[in-house]
Design a protein around this ligand. Structure first.
Ligand code: GLU
Length: 317
């Protein structure tokens, strides 16, 4: 079992203001570069969903993938959130400081006989898939029953045999995934020794007491893996709301990798009003001339999650 949240001293829970503890949401950026309009939409959606229910909104820096981290990006992201009036509760949690919690979860999965060491390199996995005519990217279970003698495990994987996971997304509807056919046994500890996002996110959402995950639809396919891990670790499954991901004219997700232009925190209102409109709300043009406090007052009061477009992608306006 994981450490119950009430005994977790990491997250500053005791410093939260009086608020509706029945709703705890979060924004979990990866500090791989400056935030862009797509990140703003995710931040605004999760913030409004929490604040409109008088709930808590936490920020977690997902710097578990250290090689991808850009120095100083984490601080820049926090300054950027402040500039947009996106004020969070409690202390920011950094995944790079949470190896102990992830190790405990890994040990629990090993104890359950669900996690196992895999010796395969990427090439060996790809070759094995080709050899059986399998689906690209779906691990065919090479080391599931036995680790080849005399070889050192490189990664740790989770056995997904027979797992069919169905969940109800508040915006995107009912989704089902057959883990074995769609993803295969997935990695929870990487060959470089780092914990994988799928494990870290489950441990953190549980310890922070997250009741609802609001994030971009690019992560919707990861949700069944996360629900599976939650069940194995005996922690609650939050509700899920996946927002449309903002794409450019060529259909590419706006991201640091596609070099989406950062947005200017010196002129926050124009971007905030665009983000609201994209989320299906109907901001009046007068909002462009108010101050940030007035903007957020209007946005919280008028937020309607049921108006969020039920699509996975939306073109940047
Ligand atoms: N760190 C992820 C990102 O920046 C978000 C993960 C999540 O919300 O679960 O896209």
């Amino acid at each position: 079992m994981l450490v119950p949240y009430s005994s977790c001293a990491l997250c500053g829970i005791f410093k939260y203001p009086a608020s509706n503890m029945d709703y705890i949401g979060r924004f979990a950026p990866s500090p791989t570069g400056p935030l862009h309009f797509g990140s703003l939409v995710a931040a605004v959606g999760s913030f409004l969903q929490a604040r409109s229910q008088d709930g808590l909104w936490l920020v977690r820096m997902e710097d578990v993938d250290r090689p991808r981290e850009v120095p100083s990006a984490a601080d820049a992201i926090l300054r950027w959130l402040e500039a947009f009036g996106l004020h969070w509760d409690g202390k920011v949690v950094y995944q790079s400081r949470r190896d102990e919690a992830y190790s405990a979860a890994l040990r629990e999965l090993e104890r359950l006989g669900i996690a196992y060491g895999c010796v395969c390199s990427r090439k060996e996995v790809a070759d094995a898939i080709t050899a059986i005519g399998g689906t690209p990217g779906v691990y065919p279970g090479n080391c599931r029953t036995a680790t080849p003698v005399g070889r050192q495990a490189r990664t740790v994987r989770v056995n997904v045999a027979g797992q069919q996971i169905t969940f109800e997304d508040q915006v995107q509807g009912t989704l089902a995934q057959e883990l074995e056919c769609d993803v295969g046994d997935f990695v929870i500890r990487r060959a470089d020794g780092l914990f994988a996002y799928q494990l870290a996110v489950v441990v953190d959402d549980a310890e922070q007491g997250i009741t609802e995950v609001v994030r971009g639809s690019d992560l919707i396919d990861s949700t069944p893996r996360q629900i599976y891990l939650q069940r194995l670790l005996g922690v609650p499954t939050p509700s899920y709301l996946h927002l449309p991901v903002v794409v450019d004219a060529s259909g590419q997700k706006l991201s640091k990798q596609t070099h989406a232009p950062p947005i200017d925190p010196l002129t926050p209102l124009a971007a905030l009003v665009r983000a609201l409109a994209l989320l299906g709300q109907h901001p009046p043009t007068e909002l462009l001339r108010v101050n940030l406090d007035e903007f957020w007052r209007w946005a919280i009061e008028h937020w309607e999650a049921t108006h969020i477009p039920a699509v996975k992608k939306l073109t940047c306006p």
